[in-house]
Structure formats: C-alpha cells, structure tokens
Design a protein around this ligand. Sequence first.
Ligand code: HEM
Length: 111
Amino acid sequence: MRFLPVVNDRGSSQEPILKPTYWPEPTAFVPERFAPEEVAGRPRLAYIPFGLGPRSCEGTALAMAGAELVLAVLLKRFRFRPVPGHEVTPVERFVLWAAEDIRMELGPRTR
Ligand code: HEM
C-alpha cells in the first residue's frame, strides 16, 4: 500500500511533513519504521502524533491502549490485505483521515 501526499479539506495538496532524513520514502507504508531499533535511531521529537508540551493530548494513554486493544483483538482473528489498486489519500483534519476510507480485504487468520 502506498499513501498519496496529504491533502487538506480545501483540496490542495502539500508534501508530507515528514523529514526524509528520518523518514525515507515518507509516503510508503512501512510499519517496520516503528520497530524498537528503528525508533532508537531517531530523535525523540521526530514523531509527535499527540503533540508536545503543556497542551499536548490529554488522551494519549487512553488512545494508545484503545488502539492496541482493538488491533490485538482484530489481528488475532483476521488477516487484513489492502484492496488492490485502492489508493489511500491522507486528509489533514487536525489528525489524519483517509479521503475515501482505507479499503481492506478480510480473511480468517488460520494460525
Ligand atoms: C489516536 C488518537 C488521538 C490523537 C492522534 C490525538 C492527537 C491530539 C493532538 C495532536 C492534540 C493537540 C496537541 C497540541 O496542541 O500540541 C490533542 C489534544 C487533545 N486531545 Fe487528543 N488525540 C487522540 C485521542 C484523544 C483521546 C482519546 C482523548 C480523550 C479521551 C483526547 C483528548 C485531547 C484533549 C483534551 C486535548 C487538548 C489538550 C489541551 O489543549 O490541553 N485525545 N490530541
């Protein structure tokens, strides 16, 4: 799966705000970027999805716990694959959304 450059609600596109020094191929879906050894090789502030400082997200721990719980339950039961040819267009709306959803094919996980 490849992500297109981020567009905002007004329809104009902009380059992803990811610095290639720390995020090579910024539009590619590479979950391995978040492997512990990769994270250790980046400055702590290269990834701040919940903001920073005194006005940072109050729900960080809840959001992370919720995401991990939901993903653990779903991934244990199903195998997710991106629908071939479906391009995901990230939309900037305070946090990132996908313009036309993220379409996935689901199958049972056999083991
Ligand atoms: C994936 C989920 C979430 C993301 C990515 C996210 C991201 C953010 C970001 C970027 C900010 C702005 C931080 C700043 O201005 O520096 C913020 C603020 C805030 N978030 Fe979240 N958030 C998430 C979930 C939640 C949840 C689940 C809650 C509450 C249960 C929550 C409550 C808040 C509050 C109250 C603020 C305002 C903090 C302030 O202005 O002092 N967020 N969030």
